[in-house]
Design a protein around this ligand. Structure first.
Ligand code: B1M
Length: 215
């Protein structure tokens, strides 16, 4: 779609004004906002990664463009999860606690996972980013959640997901929660190795995995 192409361009060019006007345009044209986020703005975000990788983008440029992506994501997720859209009619499927692990600020993907889970009928408690394993466990117990989901985008912070599994075992809480992991460097093999109950590649699969874990 042409709209998606322009959305991609707005992120690559870090043009926040243009990005926000594209969201309005999409709403008027009744384009699915989640698809606009994933296939349009998300594609721009991927392009940023590639440019950064190949040295065509400096860190300050990446930080600036990522800030635009973050604001765009927050805005779309707010629109998608507005209270009037919330279906209080049906019983919630379960509660999922989400966090990006300690030392890791990447929270764009986790935000999208939170949104798809909410849309699918889960209650989501989002603890944000840079959350230590101890706090994750504490909040999971306090809120009696069903699933703990952690996101890690850096190879160095994946170790925190392992730390959480260890902490759950040590605290005798492993059986009380299902756990799932995600984020670009994670794999099904990693999930299995650390003893997590589920892994998902993207936000759509995350719903499928969460559904399975609730059974
Ligand atoms: Co950073 N960064 N970054 N970064 N950044 C990556 C991850 C990197 C791959 C870029 C690169 O070098 N090619 C690289 C990591 C290398 C590695 O360790 N393997 C990297 C680096 C090195 C860094 C810094 C160290 C750079 C520096 O300062 N030298 C620094 C670290 C800061 C820190 O965390 N302590 C850093 C900083 C940043 C910004 C702040 C500029 C910004 C983050 C802004 C933010 O999130 N608020 C940023 C960004 C934007 C990226 C890239 C370009 C894009 C990440 C993203 O948002 N992807 C990224 C390169 C890339 O991934 N191509 C990169 C889009 C998002 C929708 O996808 O997050 O994968 P993703 O989420 C997906 C799935 O993974 C899955 O579903 C989501 C939606 O489909 N998923 C889950 C995610 N979590 C899940 C949880 C689940 C289930 C599924 O269950 C619980």
């Amino acid at each position: 779609q042409e709209l998606f192409r322009r959305a991609k361009e707005a992120i690559v060019e870090a043009d926040e004004e243009q990005a926000f006007s594209l969201i309005l345009e999409a709403q008027m044209r009744q384009v699915d906002l989640l698809e606009l986020l994933m296939s349009g703005f998300g594609a721009g975000n991927q392009e940023l990664g590639q440019r950064f990788d190949s040295g065509r983008l400096s860190i300050p440029e990446l930080v600036y463009a990522a800030e635009v992506m973050k604001n765009v994501t927050d805005n779309i997720l707010k629109l998608l999860n507005s209270p009037e859209k919330e279906d209080s009619f049906f019983k919630k499927k379960g509660t999922v606690l989400l966090a990006t692990v300690a030392g890791d600020v990447h929270d764009i993907g986790k935000g999208i996972v939170a949104s798809t889970l909410r849309t699918a009928g889960f209650e989501v408690i989002d603890l944000g980013c840079e959350v230590p394993a101890e706090v994750i466990l504490e909040e999971a117990v306090k809120n009696q959640v069903d699933i703990i989901g952690t996101s890690a985008l850096l190879t160095s912070t994946m170790a925190e997901q392992k730390k959480l599994e260890k902490l759950l075992l040590e605290a005798g809480q492993k059986a009380a929660f299902m756990t799932m992991v995600g984020g670009a460097p994670c794999t099904p093999r990693w999930a299995k190795r650390i003893g997590a109950d589920g892994y998902s590649e993207d936000a759509v699969e995350a719903v499928w995995v969460a559904d399975k874990l609730m059974k």
